[in-house]
Design a binder for this molecule. Structure first.
Ligand code: CP
Length: 304
């Protein structure tokens, strides 16, 4: 049985196959409408979510399956002190596959060791968010026709941003990818990512605090939110929260075929005036999230 805990557990070939399936689902949705008839997905969300939870649920419904679960820890027996392991053993008796979000890093990994059904990590603390990365990869491949020879700017909270960590790791496996890491000093990417991924693979990257100076070279701009929930004190959050606000003016020197991505939710970091720019791709990215999760459910349930 297979789980998805970290995007790096998937080979480049497996990701390519998932993207192929997602593209086929987009082109031929009716072909997939009954593929999961009689199957149940449990969504166990110990932390808030709009896109990830609802896209998983929509994905299972569109495959003809059913959904059960909870959307906050307080409405589950976790509020009474039940462990993640016991919750997972229990839910495995009711569902065929589980998507789980938890504020503790590593919780989905612990769950996978106890589970009799596939576990999908739907975000664990500031660590990983592999299905967001699959969403990002599907979006990049549809926008750019592939992954090679791209300059990717990642901007905002690169320290706590789990989507950033997973995306850098995933993109590091393609040819001639360059990273521009745009953040304030306090929110730079963790040292382990620099050493274990960027330096080890001898990848081209630069760190800067200047979004506008970096803009002209970018093929992809991946904006992120400064995440209030990851800060230990309010003062630091207040000081850093508006470090970057993307406006139409700041896109003046951007490439005409730039794609602007954001895992969402956004707060202030992209002005709503940018939404009308044809380069704004973040709502298309939201739509892609449902299709790639449909493809993932089919793969983990071994549905042909
Ligand atoms: N991108 C993402 O994970 O959004 P949600 O927190 O709304 O699920």
């Amino acid at each position: 049985m297979k789980h998805l805990i970290d995007i790096m557990e998937m080979s480049v070939e497996e990701i390519g196959q998932l993207i192929e399936t997602a593209n086929d689902i987009i082109a031929n949705p009716a072909k997939y409408a009954q593929k999961c008839k009689g199957k149940k997905l449990a969504t166990l969300f110990f932390e808030p979510s709009t896109r990830t939870r609802l896209s998983f649920e929509a994905a299972m419904y569109e495959l003809g399956g059913n959904v059960l679960g909870f959307s906050e820890a307080q409405s589950s027996s976790a509020a009474k002190g039940e462990s993640v392991s016991d919750t997972i053993r229990t839910v495995g008796a009711y569902a065929d596959i589980i998507a789980m979000r938890h504020p503790k890093e590593g919780a989905p990994m612990v769950a996978s060791r106890k589970s009799i059904v596939p576990i999908i990590n739907a975000g664990d603390g500031g660590h990983n968010h592999p299905t967001q990365t699959l969403t990002d990869l599907l979006t990049i491949s549809r926008e750019k026709g592939g992954f090679n020879d791209l300059t990717i700017g990642l901007c905002g909270d690169l320290k706590f941003g789990r989507t950033v960590h997973s995306l850098i790791s995933a993109m590091s496996r393609y040819e001639k990818v360059r990273f521009v890491l745009i953040s304030p000093d306090e929110l730079k990417i963790p040292e382990y990512l620099k050493h274990e991924v960027l330096d080890k693979k001898d990848l081209e990257y630069m760190e800067t605090a200047d979004l506008e100076a970096a803009m002209p070279q970018l093929d992809i701009l991946y904006m992120t939110r400064v995440q209030k929930e990851r800060f230990f004190n309010e003062q630091d959050y207040m000081r850093l929260k508006d470090s970057y606000i993307l406006t139409p003016d700041k896109l003046r020197n951007a490439k005409q075929d730039l794609s602007i991505l954001h895992p969402l939710p956004r707060v202030n970091e992209i002005s709503i005036a940018v939404d009308d720019d044809p380069r704004a791709t973040y709502f298309e990215q939201v739509r892609n999230g449902k299709f790639i999760r449909m493809a993932l459910i089919l793969k983990l349930l071994e549905v042909k």
